[in-house]
Design a protein around this ligand. Sequence first.
Ligand code: FAD
Ligand code: DHB
Length: 394
Amino acid sequence: MHTTVGIIGAGPSGLLLARLLHQAGIDSVVLESRDRSYVERRQRAGILEQATVDALRAAGAGARLDAEGLPHDGIELRHDGRATRIDFPALTGGRRVWVYAQTEVVKDLVALQLAEGGPLHFKAEVTAVEGADTDRPRVHYRHEGREKTLTCDYVVGCDGYHGVTRHAVPESERRTFERTYPYSWLGILAEAPPAYDELIYAHSERGFALASMRSPSVSRLYLQVPNGTDPADWPDERVWDELDARLALTADPGRRLIRGPVTQKSVLPMRSSVTEPMRHGRVFLAGDAAHIVPPTGAKGLNLAAADVIVLARAFAHHAKTGSTELLDGYSDTCLRRVWRAEHFSYAMTTTLHTDPAQSPFDTRLQQSQLDRIATSPHAAAELAENYTGLPLDV
Ligand code: FAD
Ligand code: DHB
């Protein structure tokens, strides 16, 4: 089998790329190792930037997002028992974000691809990508109990942090920059209405907490926990009690979250990682395959979308004009944005979490930074601009 663009992975980046290429009249084949239901149920991101929403709408995947997504005009930061609201539209010239779960983005894009797009094969595990330096790169995969090969004009690795495509870039050409963090998140999904209209990011001596949501009847909540934590050590009542303790306000100490049945509980380690370059020969990397961020700034899915928007434009430009200029610039264009998001995610994470080895000096620095955001419109605007997403720069 041969295709113009072989796409590895049917997460948000692979699916959106396939859709954008389809709209540009460029054929592609998507190979995904998991089954459809696994991909559609994987509980992950919840916040979409304006640019991601605009791209999904333009891709024809905006109907349910517009009907069910929740536009948010701000977040609240809590520290030392005080609350500071960050007003996005006022600080960014009108930008906002949307609460719309990654599971729903994936469902919408899978449905579109199966109805109108090129082949999307589930349970097709890619084992190797070869020939990045040739004009016919090859993708080897297992599907329906057989070993198969897809030849392509180009290959795009949208196969996440544990994917195989990255290895098609020779080690001598590839550099990975990484940082790990001395804490994880315990995340729960609960059938309980969110107690607050907006997301709350809380710094506390007990550790970080985040109150988010999925819908008017489903809450998504996170607690900082030590690395290696077993979710079994956190019975539901302990989670709720700890969330209430970390989110407490001095002015309203009795205010509690609305509790309900916990339907999912898991522990997520945190990591920052960037692989450079994001292209070698005819093989490209996009989304988590090239970079990951700790989740505190809600950037991962949005960065993945930004990569494939840039890449789809470059493929369309090439198909129309024969010029490889935009394809050649892909890695540099994306990496500028990626490093900005890496810095923002790192800064949000280290400002809001409590490192077990943290000194009282470190804590004072965190409090000073949070005070600065609370009192300076410039500092608040810097946060708001990064949170709502920087321009695509293309
Ligand atoms: P993935 O979603 O990882 O998709 C990769 C796909 O490739 C997978 O389907 C995988 O099965 C497939 N694959 C892997 N290897 C192979 C192979 N060998 N062959 C074939 N297929 C393969 N981001 C935000 O923007 N906002 C948020 O609020 C946010 N919150 C998050 C909360 C949590 C708890 C977590 C874990 C992440 C969060 N993120 C958030 C990050 C976001 O989920 C990821 O950045 C996003 O999923 C990246 O999409 P992707 O398509 O690049 O990769
Ligand atoms: C969610 C996840 C995040 O990492 C974040 O910063 C905000 C919200 C969420 O899953 O809802």
